[in-house]
Design a protein around this ligand. Structure first.
Ligand code: DNO
Length: 404
């Protein structure tokens, strides 16, 4: 697998020099400065590519390649299926063509309405003193039912969960509640939208009439619209699963399980319609068999996020060490290496799948620095080092190393 690393652009506190030292070869990045819905022009793409691949200070190329886009955001009008979606789909297709022409062949995106990834706490202290991201069900219910006061929220939860939400609300101060609101709706790194409470209510209301069947239909419409451009440009689309993989705040979610992915693959059979296999997102559900999913969906896995979560019986989870969560990382990685081996034997040009160490704990020096939640340097460095060791050991023992 190619070792990649997410870079948020010049304002990222983790620099390209740092990434080089982590030993990654591929960069995962996006044109975060452009508003959702606009075309990514050849000029903008080339400028970002140069920013990444040319070392200005040393006046020489960097040993880094921008090979994955994460993400071109999908405009809300496309997710909602509004008449204006056709213009946004045409713009998306144009961006795909321009990326393909620049040699960037993998585009990760998601189809989660309103919110991208969601956590309720960004600094949960672990027993070893490092900090992790966490999702606490009671905090979400406190937000949904008691801060946002969403109509019908109570019906979404069991009485026990509702009571836990109320207890969370009553047990926390105004300042703590305000912090929860910011964590939930101000936008985590890479989420291109942030909301005020009122905007957020309006954004949710827009989905009042949209259930999972409709959202799925809108996703398929989008995919059919962009697929000809992806095929012609040699670009592989890789949908990111829902994070967390269940409906939130009454919003539908349609990329949470293997059955969801199969539906998307069957509706649009092209190999260019593929998946970002995120172990952290799929792994939150005990009913997702991750090694089996890699085995069965492997042909269309174009990009991989490796991280681990630990869940409890109440629907809470936190981000664990990369090799120490609920996910069977050993068998996931083994199956990915076997998939690569299969591709090599079949002369597929995309035999090497880029992976990135996803998220990491805030630890050591990073505890005293301003970092992007989940995206501090040292925690991801630790994750990458552990995963690299796992891959090394597996390659040797499975003899899938194409170098012999
Ligand atoms: C979070 C990321 C997500 C991901 C998008 C893909 O850390 O995995 O923000 O980039 O959902 O569009």
């Amino acid at each position: 697998m190619r070792e990649s690393w997410r870079w948020f652009g010049p304002s990222d506190p983790v620099s390209l020099d740092d990434i080089q030292q982590a030993g990654a070869t591929d960069i995962v990045s996006a044109l975060h400065h452009l508003p959702n819905g606009v075309v990514w022009t050849p000029e903008e793409i080339a400028a970002h590519q140069r920013r990444i691949e040319w070392d200005e200070r040393r006046q020489r190329p960097r040993p880094l390649r921008w090979s994955v886009v994460e993400s071109i955001p999908v405009h809300e009008d496309i997710k909602r299926g509004l008449p204006s979606r056709d213009a946004y789909i045409a713009a998306y297709a144009e961006s795909i063509r321009n990326l393909g022409a620049a040699g960037i062949e993998i585009v990760c995106y998601n189809f989660m309405p309103v919110l991208d990834w969601t956590r309720t706490q960004l600094d949960w202290e672990l027993p070893d003193g490092s900090r992790a991201l966490r999702f606490e069900q009671a905090a979400l219910v406190a937000f949904d039912g008691f801060i946002l006061q969403r109509k019908g929220a109570e019906r979404t939860y069991s009485p026990g969960v509702w009571a836990a939400g109320q207890a969370w609300y009553e047990g926390h101060s105004e300042a703590e509640r305000a912090r929860l609101v910011r964590t939930l709706i101000a936008g985590l790194p890479g989420a291109e939208e942030g909301y005020s409470l009122d905007d957020f209510r309006a954004a949710l209301a827009a989905y009042h009439e949209i259930g999972p069947a409709q959202l799925r239909e809108n996703l398929v419409y989008f995919l059919k619209g962009v697929m000809p451009a992806a095929e012609a440009a040699g670009v592989r689309l890789a949908i990111h699963p829902d994070d967390p993989p269940f409906p939130l705040l009454g919003l539908p979610r349609v990329v949470s399980t293997e059955a969801d992915v199969n539906h998307i693959f069957q509706a649009v059979p092209s190999l260019h319609n593929g998946l970002t296999f995120c172990t952290g997102s799929f792994g939150v559900r005990a009913d997702n068999d991750l090694p089996g999913m890699v085995h069965r969906l492997g042909e269309r896995i174009h990009f991989v996020h490796l991280r681990a979560t630990r869940r409890d019986a109440d629907g809470n989870f936190y981000e664990a060490d990369h090799l120490d969560g609920d996910v069977d990382m050993y068998h996931v990685v083994a199956n990915l290496l076997k998939e690569e081996q299969w591709r090599r034997a079949n002369f597929r040009a995309d035999a090497e799948i880029p992976m990135r160490p996803d998220h990491g704990h805030q630890m050591l020096d990073d505890l005293h620095k301003q970092t992007n939640p989940g995206y501090s340097a040292i925690g991801r460095l630790r994750g990458l080092a552990e995963l690299r060791g796992l891959m090394y050991g597996l390659r040797r023992s499975l003899q899938v190393d194409h170098e012999g």
